[in-house]
Design a binder for this molecule. Structure first.
Ligand code: 3SL
Length: 244
């Protein structure tokens, strides 16, 4: 297995695809996706465009769907939810399909949606992603951060580092063949510096600051937890994710 880290969708190559793409948006899209599936959502369908989300979701009866839309951290008018994982409780999502559109996370998903395998990871389900990669041993793996509007986000790269660190530890640190680009080493260094204090790191990060200004402190606390959800979202067709 060879690992590559790309900090943002914009930095992700366009001329090839990996055997497995791991999409990461710790604050908050991939945390929300994992939480919704863990709470019993039937599936998660991701859209970069809100109008398409509304049109597609109309095909299901109201009791079978729930719409989550976020722009700039805030809930989009016409949607039932914003992008807080804390809203994805059993009573809200169980048995329903979550239709979701977010500023960056759903764009990152779209960027690699034609890869043979696409999974999503966040800090809360990091170990489930690691286990999947260890079991399946895909030849090339891209860990793709969502960032914020083209810029890199600390928390996504740290999560990529958390996944890469576990994979490389299992393979023995001195395995340079497993490291596809320098970003892997940088991501592991970043994670190693903050692994015992992720909440502090999230609070300093620009998107963490943005969410704090929107009174989302509890979201930051939730998203900063490690390995609390034993669930792996996997794509079955472009933009369509189910529990593996
Ligand atoms: O950018 C995204 O996709 C979102 O996860 C951003 S937010 O955390 O919902 O503000």
């Amino acid at each position: 297995m060879k690992l590559f880290v790309y900090h943002t969708p914009e930095l992700t190559p366009t001329d090839r695809l990996p055997d497995c793409a791991v999409v990461i948006d710790v604050l908050r899209a991939t945390t929300t996706i994992a939480t919704a599936l863990n709470a019993g959502a039937e599936a998660v369908q991701a859209f970069s465009d809100i109008d398409k989300l509304i049109a597609e979701s109309e095909k299901l009866p109201p009791e079978k769907r729930i719409r989550a839309g976020e722009r700039g951290g805030a809930k989009v008018d016409g949607c039932d939810l914003g992008n807080s994982p804390l809203d994805c409780t059993k009573d809200v999502v169980q048995g329903r399909r979550l239709f979701i559109s977010t500023t960056n996370g759903t764009r990152a998903l779209q960027r690699v949606e034609n890869s043979p395998v696409v999974i999503t990871a966040a800090q809360v389900n990091r170990q489930a992603a690691v286990q999947y990669l260890q079991q399946k041993q895909p030849e090339t793996v891209w860990l793709v951060g969502s960032g914020w509007q083209g810029g890199y986000s600390l928390e996504d790269t740290a999560c990529a580092g958390a996944i890469a660190k576990s994979i490389l530890e299992e393979k023995g640190q001195s395995n340079p063949e497993a490291i596809g680009n320098d970003e892997v080493i940088a991501a592991i260094a970043l994670y190693s510096q903050w692994e015992n204090n992720l909440l502090e790191m999230f609070s300093q990060a620009t998107h963490g600051q943005r969410l704090l200004s929107l009174n989302c402190e509890e979201d930051l606390k939730y998203c900063a937890q490690t390995d609390t959800l034993d669930i792996l979202p996997i794509q079955t067709r472009p933009g369509f994710l189910v529990k593996n």
